[in-house]
Design a protein around this ligand. Structure first.
Ligand code: PGA
Ligand code: ZN
Length: 402
């Protein structure tokens, strides 16, 4: 594969912040990718290059200048070769020189070019490259947003409705119906109902339990649904303690709170229950609740194959969150999936809180047969694009199997 032209420019994400969109051209094909941006980030994520004024001008120049120049002389036979080349060109551990956003935009666009050249859908290309079995993921729909994504109106960042119907078409329909019903329940109870960063409702309640009581009502109406949470506990830590609704919890007290919530609301999964620095508490919760609940690491492992190895060794978690822009190339994202699967763990593919219309994560989730996909609430077009893409993938998969 030889790139003949490279274009990159600024687009706006769901928070109206600048982000990068890159298009690669060959003599026959063209492919575009745009990169999302997180707010409750882990300390060890690959570095998004952002200028002091919040723009991504330098990242764009890196793509259209240095990266484009370097690519023009080369032929790549697979995405792994390109990714290794980009990492070497960057020369840093965390992609801070050229920017993880710049590098990933090229890596994803290139994966799309390879898929086009092979005349196969992107998810099929990912499954072939990763040697994984493609399958429909469950939808992890963030229906009530809190934490850093909603001015902490709810202490827990994400109250998630997990939907796993027979088909993706049915899962998306259930998610829509449940989301509307939840909105009706919330409006009955609250004078105002703002929305959060990830396109979910963002109510305020005086108890930690109230959102889950309402969600239990919703879950009771549909068979193949359950509740999950992302505490994003880095954001709750104050000194050595966690603060939820102005009350302070030691790590052990927080573990006790999770134990009670799991008992009462039968959570399917808990993500980032503790801060990334509080590693021994991860081991404790996984030992105590890991048989009943999936314990997902996000900020703890940041899609980094080495950190996942470390998590396997210490039994911190039993599932990983997979966010391509935390690591910065398609190949390293696939490596993170391999480390996850080698441990016998589940992978959940995820968007970021500042999203674009790019649907790469839908193809990734389907291609690797992920346990779930986090693509957000249903009140933002950029999130709906992912659900729509999943439905299209399901049709493509049916056609390919005929
Ligand atoms: P972020 O949060 O995209 O703001 O980092 C998402 C998450 O914590 O899962
Ligand atoms: Zn998270």
């Amino acid at each position: 594969m030889r790139i003949s032209r490279v274009h990159a420019h600024t687009i706006s994400d769901t928070r109206d912040r600048d982000t990068i969109e890159t298009t690669l051209f060959t003599d026959k094909f063209e492919a575009t990718a745009s990169i999302p941006s997180g707010k409750s980030t882990g300390a060890h994520e690959a570095k998004e290059l952002r200028d002091d004024d919040g723009s991504v001008t330098t990242a764009i120049h890196n793509v259209t200048g240095e990266i484009a120049d370097a690519l023009s002389e080369r032929d790549f036979s697979n995405v792994g070769e390109l990714d290794a080349f980009l990492c070497e060109l960057d020369g840093t551990q965390d992609k801070s020189r050229l920017g993880a956003n710049a590098i990933l935009s090229v890596s994803i666009a290139m994966a799309r070019l390879f898929a086009q050249e092979a005349h196969i859908p992107l998810w099929r290309f990912i499954a072939d490259t990763a040697k994984t079995t493609s399958a429909a993921p469950r939808l992890f729909v963030n229906v009530m947003n809190g934490g850093a994504h909603a001015d902490f109106r709810l202490p827990i960042q994400e109250q998630i409705l997990v939907v796993g119907e027979e088909t993706l078409k049915e899962s998306v329909t259930t998610a829509h119906e449940a989301f509307v019903q939840l909105g009706d329940l919330l409006r009955k109870e609250l004078p105002e109902l703002p929305m959060g960063d990830e396109g979910g409702y963002s109510p305020a309640f005086d108890t930690i339990e109230r959102p889950f009581e309402l969600l239990t009502d919703i879950v009771s109406k549909w068979g193949n649904t359950s509740i999950a949470i992302d505490s994003a506990a880095n954001e709750l830590l104050d000194g050595n303690e966690y603060v939820l609704l102005k009350k302070r919890y030691t790590s052990d007290e927080l573990l006790e709170l999770y134990t009670q919530l799991v008992e009462r609301f039968h959570f399917h999964a808990i993500e980032d229950p503790f801060a990334e620095s509080d590693k021994q508490s991860f081991t404790k919760i996984t030992a105590k609740l890991g048989e009943k609940v999936i314990i997902i690491g996000d900020d703890l492992i940041v899609t980094n194959p080495k950190l996942i190895e470390d998590a396997v060794e210490h039994k911190y978690i039993n599932a990983t969150l997979i966010k391509p822009n935390q690591i910065g190339t398609v190949s390293e994202t696939i490596d993170a999936v391999h480390k996850t699967y080698d441990a016998g763990w589940h992978a959940v593919v995820s968007h970021r809180s500042g999203e674009t219309y790019d649907t790469f994560i839908a193809d990734l989730a389907y291609g690797i047969g992920a346990h779930g996909i986090k693509a957000g609430g249903l009140a933002q077009q950029q999130r709906l694009a992912k659900y729509e893409r999943l439905r299209t993938i399901e049709r493509e998969a049916t056609e390919l199997s005929q």
